[in-house]
Design a protein around this ligand. Sequence first.
Ligand SMILES: [Zn+2]
Length: 298
Amino acid sequence: MTGAKAAMEISHWIEPWGDARFPVDVDAMAPNCHTTYDRDDPITQIHGAPWKGVDGFLQRNPDNAKEWWLTYSTNVRPERQRFTKAHELGHYILHSQKQDEFRCEPDIITEKDTGEPDIEAQANQFASYLLMPANHVRPRIERVQITLELISELAGFYGVSFEAMCIRVVEITGERAVLVYWDNGMMRRWSRSKSAKLQRLWIEDPKNRPLEPFPGTVAADMSVRQCPEGEIVPANLWFKNAPEGEMLREMKHTSDTFERVLSLLIVPKFEPRWGRDWEENTYDTFDRFIERGQYPVR
Ligand SMILES: [Zn+2]
C-alpha cells in the first residue's frame, strides 16, 4: 500500500466534517486507525517530549507488544509537530508489521519529501496527503493566481508549515511550477509539477556541482528578501532550454529563522515544447513513454 492510498482511506472517515476537519486532529485519529485495518495492536499513547535532534518516535510498549506508543518533539512549532505525528501514523499503518521501532530525525522528515520509494518518503507522503488532501486543496489553487500569500494562508488553514504547503501546491497544481530550495546561498534541490515536467522544465542537479543563484534572477538579488507575488523575469535565466524572449513569474521567500530561501517559479505554457538537449540526465521512463506517443501531450 502506498502512503497516498492509506491517507485517502483514513481521510475518508473525516470527510463528513467538511472544512471543520482541518487542521486534521491526528491525536484523535491515531488511536482508532487499527480498526480500519483489522489490527489488534492499537496506538495507545501519544505524547510530546522536549527532544532535540529527534522529531518523532514510534515504538512498541516495552511491556506489551500489542500496544504502540507515538512520541513527538515539542521543541518545534505546532505545525511541525502535527506533520511529525502524521508521519509516525504513516509508519504505523504502512510499516509497523515489519519493524518494531521508528526513530525519525528532522532531516528525514523535512528533506525526503520526494524521490526514492523508501519508508521515510512513504511516511512523508502519507502525512502530506492526510493533512492536505488533493481534492480539498485543488479547488483553492485553481483559477486563481498562485502567490506566496495564498500558500501562506493555506498553510494556516491546514495547520502545516509554509514549506510543506509549497511542496503540496507544486504537486497538485496544473500550472507549470518549479520550487527551488536554497540553503546559505547554495541550491539544495528543486522539484516540479507534472505540467512542468511535461513542458520539460529542467534545472541542473545541484548534487552534480554547487549552484549559486543565477545572475539576474530575484533569487540572486540580495536586496529582495520577500517577493510574494513575483516578478516577471526571462525564462532562460532559470531554464537554459527556454526560448529567447519567454518570461516567467519568480517568487521568493526568505525564512525568518534561518538562511533558507525558496524560489517558486510559474511558467506560462509555450508551444512548441522546449527542446530536451539540456536534460538528458533526467530523461526517464516517463519521458520515453511520452516520446513514443503513448501519452497524449498537448
Ligand atoms: Zn520516519
